[in-house]
Design a protein around this ligand. Structure first.
Ligand code: NAD
Length: 366
């Protein structure tokens, strides 16, 4: 039976990179006996243009009936002047909330061929392969009470960092499950020397860790973690942390790799259901020119395969996708964004990069 996947290409380069990702998903899935049925829906600016709103209930319903959602990107200057409540980004926040996506997974892996793209020295970044698992629906971004009071001279503003035990437990399990398909090491990042919420996190993470005796656990203060990530990034396998720390550390991890067009992500709900998307935005400056780098979207497909189809060959298919991407980069193919300053090399376009990955996938089978 065909597995239902909802495509939300969105705006700007979203449709271009999502199409290449879709082609790779079909080919990699077929190689392990998976067939897909795709439904394409609107989100963001294109939905505002067609329906006057960035996200419709029908789209949420379609996503809920699918096995996984593959998203491109939303937004662009055309909609920048609109009120915040109806901007394209509201569609993204809306779908994350409606689907209960509490776990954000952001891998940062350095491809040997791109080791010079990082702002850090090659010997420091060569071999980096970490995954930041960020709690996405709790903590200080959502805690109540929040607000402002007082007049000028006596103004006050406040937010509340609050976590329930079950919120910590469920994200911790996601991190440990991920560690099991990686190098079996989890670093929990906290500020337990100051924050009560962090003390609860340490307690609950320790309790959940007992369910995973095969995975090693370390606790790390967030300030020293930020330093270690640039000093010895190879030390890390899976990092699990609360919303605010994760927001900052996942961007720090991303920059270690040096290339925005290469970074995939997954946002997961209970039961492993997920939305998969590149980290980059809609890149309106290069939209419609067939020059966008589709490799972040293609690697999001690898995450989709190994997460949503773990039981049916998904891990094998994901490994094949990553191997194909590595082979294409090792062979010297680059989209324009991957060129180093001053580098002279012929570049390939978005579709051509998709073709190259498909070719490498095909060759990898033999
Ligand atoms: P951006 O990620 O779209 O672009 C930043 C720079 O990186 C641009 O120069 C762009 O050309 C380049 N770039 C990004 N992805 C690329 C790719 N795959 N290949 C080649 N080059 C790539 O960020 P921005 O310019 O700050 O935002 C543009 C729009 O995207 C805004 O409307 C913003 O709100 C939106 N946005 C959406 C998301 C999302 O949908 N998840 C995330 C970030 C920004």
């Amino acid at each position: 039976m065909a597995e239902r996947i909802v495509l939300l290409p969105g705006d700007g380069i979203g449709p271009e990179v999502t199409e290449q990702a879709r082609r790779v998903l079909v080919a990699a899935g077929r190689a392990v006996g998976l067939e897909f049925e795709f439904t394409t829906e609107l989100i963001g600016g294109c939905s505002i243009d067609a329906h006057g709103t960035p996200l419709r209930d029908e789209v949420i319903a379609a996503c809920k009936q699918s096995r996984a959602v593959l998203l491109g990107a939303v937004g662009g200057p055309k909609w920048d002047a609109m009120p915040v409540s109806v901007r394209p980004e509201k569609g993204l926040l809306g779908i994350r909330k409606a689907l209960g996506l509490f776990a954000n997974l952001r891998p940062a892996a350095v491809f040997p061929a791109l080791v010079n793209a990082s702002a850090l020295r090659p010997e420091i970044v060569d071999g980096v392969d970490m995954l930041v698992v960020r709690e996405l629906t709790g903590g200080i971004y959502f805690g109540e009470p929040r607000g402002r009071e007082g007049a000028k001279g006596a103004r006050r503003a406040f937010n509340t960092m609050v976590y329930d035990e079950h919120e910590v437990a469920r994200i911790t399990r996601v991190a440990f499950e991920q560690a099991r398909i990686r190098r079996r090491h989890v670093t929990h990042v906290h500020k337990a020397n100051v924050l009560d919420t962090s003390q609860l996190w340490v307690e609950v993470v320790d309790e959940i860790a007992k369910e995973y005796p095969d995975v090693e656990l370390a606790h790390q203060l967030v300030d020293s973690c930020a330093m270690l990530m640039v000093q010895q990034p190879k030390k890390f396998d899976v990092i699990v942390t609360e919303n605010l720390f994760g927001d900052i550390l996942s961007d720090e991890a991303a920059m270690i790799t040096g290339s925005l067009g290469m970074l995939p992500s997954a946002s997961l709900a209970t039961g492993g259901f997920g939305l998969f998307e590149p980290v980059h935005g809609s890149a309106p400056d290069i939209a419609g020119k067939d020059i966008a780098n589709p490799l972040a979207a293609i690697q999001s497909v690898a995450m989709l395969l190994e997460t949503a189809f773990t039981e049916s060959g998904g891990a094998k298919a994901a490994a094949a996708v990553r191997k194909a991407v590595t082979a294409v980069l090792d062979a010297g193919h680059r989209t324009g964004d991957l060129l180093l300053p001053g580098e002279k090399r012929a570049t390939v376009g978005c579709k051509q990069m998709g073709d190259l990955v498909l070719g490498a996938l095909e060759r990898g089978k033999s």
